[in-house]
Design a protein around this ligand. Sequence first.
Ligand code: PMP
Length: 353
Amino acid sequence: MKTWEENIRRVIPYTPGEQPNQPDMIKLNTNENPYPPAPGVERILHGMNTDTLRLYPDPTAGELVHAAASCYHLDDSQVFAGVGSDDVLAMCFLTFFNGKKPILFPDITYSFYDVWADLFRIPYGRPPLDEDFHIRKEDYLRENGGIIFPNPNAPTGVEMPLEDIEEIIKENQDSIVIVDEAYVDFGAKSALPLIEKYDNMLVVQTLSKSRSLAGMRIGLAFGNPVLIKYLNDVKYSFNSYTMDRTALAAGAEALSDEAYFQETCSKIIETREWTKNELQKLGFSFEDSKANFIFAAHEACPAKELYQALREQHIYVRYFPKGRTSNHLRITIGTREEMEALLIFLKEYLSNR
Ligand code: PMP
């Protein structure tokens, strides 16, 4: 072994869901929004003056930060912006999870958390979800170096009641508690109002899901100005020009179109509820999901088999082969037509098996 090899930071990277590119595919594997972004986004991009690309973008991401603050009736000093919530969350881990005690997150959750913890050498504990895939609040009422969980949780879609979230924040005033609300706009209750009451919490959101901008990479953190300042200090120590000019303008536009946002979220929620019903009729079971996906297991057919059969039809869903999740499929909610096509295939496949 060469000496320099001892100096390498070795990591097992996060594996993102695949991005196949077939013209006839039905893509239900990475929780993207099936509808286009708000119509103004197209106008903004068409109207961009490419000459401005000579210049660095605003390092404060001011236009976007201001649009997010206005959208949620906050002050600009309560908002941080990053390159997707992955970037925002990574900055949060680096900034706030710097103690000796283990941070806590559920055993079944967003599979990037343990990757960041390993990357930044943060010790962690992973309290198991209960039998029904619910987070047990009591597991987070013990000593820790910080807490993070998504609400609704991923990949289960299960929402934690806001009272339980508040109790976790309240009982952990010596730690930072991060609520990852990537999927909150599909019907769960946001913890955002709690940032006015508690100075030890952050809410992280994304424009990738409910605002159809996964390809633009925009994430946000909301919290009290002291925490936002610490986040910015770390950001400026890493990469000060994180948000490019197109993302700043497109993101601000998407945040300003409340009517379109409400309309597309409602359509997804409606399709989700319809899909739940249909899946149940076919023998699937799942915990109630408040996200734009359903995490389902079939009573007779193994998830792996279904995943492969769907894949052959160019219908992509997500399958997590390890441990307690290995008999479930995570199915993103697409358009009503896409979900109908999925269900027609499943019905036929299961009855001919
Ligand atoms: N949090 C959770 C729980 C997620 O599922 C995802 C999507 N992979 C993210 C954060 C990151 O999303 P993005 O970087 O696109 O904002």
